[in-house]
Design a protein around this ligand. Structure first.
Ligand code: NAP
Ligand code: GLV
Length: 316
């Protein structure tokens, strides 16, 4: 009987496909590598490895045993009604993304702490904003929503740069030295009150959708700044715009949007204090991603549970 892995990667320039093909041939030479949409006989597909697959990819795969997400987030996959509920779903953990994310967030924190939104507005008006004061790093408090693989790595980097950091999670977490732990829904607003910069690194689930909203922004100190590098649907766009335009928040750095690519008419484009980037904070490095997905496949075949197994009930 033929055993095949079906690969799909939205926006790949061929690098991830090559890495996956080569790694699979090394660790499991008996598995055929097929690339969507050249699926062949659907009954041969035992494994699927994907980023942003079309909904129909999962239809009628009777032999499917595991799905490998070539990403850290699995929200889009879990929304797919054709994804069988009983099949193990394995996501990437770090695979080189954590360093990228730490750089991105450090950039955003420096942007906020060194008052770049204020200088950008002044520059537009051709004003020399010499009197604007810049606090020390030690008094710029960072709150990270999410204390997982990425949240903890980002926290470590910010601590090294002299920032006081708290991370928020569902349950209590032991965190890297110098990082305070905050947990539970009841602690969220207090954390926001104590965060000059709030960073979202949460998975998108029913409990976290729309979490970056007016109530949270109002709880933040005046001139607070928001960084969203998780998913666009965490943010209530109108609430952010209102908080920035009223002068309560100093600005935001957003890597993700509700609709990607963002529509040319989206109001964020016209707001100097809101900087957007096109979902580039932490791309999945092709080789490390392929190696991690293939190592997980080998572990499953051995009967082990690989790291990165998604808990369907919690949605991450
Ligand atoms: P992870 O390891 O699963 O960590 C998730 C963290 O969020 C955990 O600490 C978890 O709490 C916490 N959490 C989940 N639901 C919560 C809730 N309702 N209340 C409080 N805390 C909650 O995920 P990760 O690998 O760090 O990735 C995080 C997200 O980053 C991904 O899901 C993806 O959407 C996004 N991402 C974006 C990019 C990009 O380029 N922009 C790249 C990679 C990933 P517990 O510790 O209590 O479980
Ligand atoms: C990217 O957004 C990811 O979830 O890996």
């Amino acid at each position: 009987m033929t055993c095949a892995l079906l690969f799909h990667y939205d926006g790949d320039n061929g690098e991830t496909e090559d890495a996956m093909r080569r790694t699979l041939a090394t660790v499991a030479p008996d598995i055929e590598f097929r690339v969507w949409p050249d699926i062949g006989d659907r009954r041969d597909i035992v494994y699927v490895a994907v980023w942003n697959p079309p909904a129909e990819l999962f239809l009628s795969l009777p032999a499917l045993e595991a799905v490998f997400a070539l990403s850290a987030g699995v929200d889009r996959l879990l929304e797919n009604p054709a994804l069988p509920a009983s099949v193990p779903l394995i996501r990437l953990e770090d695979a080189g993304m954590a360093d990228f994310m730490a750089e991105y967030v450090l950039y955003g924190v420096l942007h906020a702490h060194r008052r770049m939104p204020t200088f950008a507005v002044a520059a537009q008006a051709r004003e020399w904003a010499h009197g604007v004061s810049v606090p020390e790093a030690a008094s710029c408090r960072i709150g990270i929503l999410g204390a997982g693989v990425l949240g903890q790595h980002v926290a470590r980097r910010l601590v090294l740069n002299g920032y006081p950091v708290q991370c928020w999670s569902r349950g209590p977490r032991s965190l890297p030295p110098g990082v305070s732990s905050v947990h539970g829904a009841d602690a969220l607003l207090t954390m926001a009150t104590n965060s000059d910069v709030l960073v979202c690194l949460l998975p998108l689930t029913d409990s976290t959708r729309g979490i970056l909203d007016r109530q949270l922004f109002e709880a933040m100190p005046k001139d607070g700044f928001v960084i969203n590098a998780a998913r666009g649907a965490h943010l209530v766009d109108d609430d952010l715009l209102a908080a920035v335009q009223s002068g309560h928040l100093s600005g935001a750095l957003l890597d993700v949007m509700h609709e990607e690519p963002a529509s040319p008419s989206h109001p964020f484009w016209a707001e100097t204090r809101i900087v957007t980037t096109p979902h580039i904070a932490a791309p999945s490095p092709p080789r490390a991603s392929a190696e991690q997905a293939c190592a997980a496949l080998v572990a499953l075949r051995r009967g082990d549970t690989p790291p990165g197994r998604v808990d369907r009930a919690s949605g991450y």
